[in-house]
Design a protein around this ligand. Structure first.
Ligand SMILES: *[C@@H]1O[C@H](CO)[C@@H](O)[C@H](O)[C@H]1NC(C)=O
Length: 235
């Protein structure tokens, strides 16, 4: 059985007070995604952060309100049949336009290049110098076989863009994330992303007790981890 790993985060880590996102993307997450492939990992990056569609009946309207507006929108809109107003109107990002533009670009790249190795390489590159210059965006795009025009074509296609953003927004509201980054491994929010690859390999071994150790999880680690998974389930 594949593991599911979901990261909800925002573009703009460097301008954000949550300055711990870039080290995650460049560090533990990068090692995990570089070591494993889609036969092991069902990975999804939701580049939506703490954005929401402003709601008249939520605190702060018509301004963005991190402390009360975000949870109000999550509660109202993360339900089975959310009202239409949940995903229409103004989409407001926590740190303004650069972040919204970054989220849109990353969401489009995921749509255009759904293999996580591709679109996360783009996110890694795009976030390395935030906000990236036009030539940096172009270089990040060409490294995965896209052009700036491909990305702009998606971002500027209003129907496509709003449908992609609605999907990301709904997933964010449903997960009721407390903040960013939130990393969800098989339905559980990871309390620490330290040594993420080991934690992911351990979950894989627990979920698939008789499977071969995936390439990318070292077998000595996995044996140890399987041992510790077994003993911790006894305790
Ligand atoms: C991982 O980091 C390398 C640089 O060390 C980068 O080239 C690559 O695109 C990154 N991949 C992902 C999936 O983040």
């Amino acid at each position: 059985m594949k593991l599911s790993l979901t990261l909800t985060a925002l573009a703009a880590a460097k301008t954000a007070s949550a300055a711990d996102i870039t080290p995650l993307v460049a560090g533990d997450l990068n090692s995990t995604l570089s070591a494993l492939d889609s036969s092991v990992l069902d990975f999804n990056f939701i580049s939506f952060g703490n954005a929401y569609y402003l709601q008249e009946d939520c605190p702060g309207y018509p301004e963005y309100d991190r402390s009360d507006g975000v949870p109000c929108w999550q509660t109202k809109c993360g339900v089975d049949s959310p009202p239409d107003t949940c995903f229409t109107g103004t989409l407001a990002c926590q740190h303004g336009d650069d972040e919204c533009a970054g989220n849109a670009a990353e969401t489009c790249v995921k749509h255009l290049k759904p293999d996580f190795k591709d679109y996360m390489s783009f996110a890694y590159c795009y976030e390395a110098s935030f906000p990236p210059s036009a030539s940096e965006v172009s270089a990040c795009a060409s490294a995965i076989g896209l052009t700036t025009d491909d990305i702009d074509g998606c971002v500027n296609d209003a129907d496509l863009m709003s449908s992609l953003q609605q999907t990301e927004g709904y997933a964010t509201a449903q997960a009721a994330i407390p903040g960013t980054p939130t990393v969800i491994l098989n339905g559980e929010s990871m309390s620490s992303t330290r040594l993420m690859l080991r934690q992911v390999c351990k979950s894989f071994a627990t979920l698939n007790p008789s499977a071969d150790t995936p390439a990318g999880c070292s077998s000595s680690d996995a044996k140890q981890l399987r041992g510790s998974a077994a003993s911790s389930s006894v305790l």
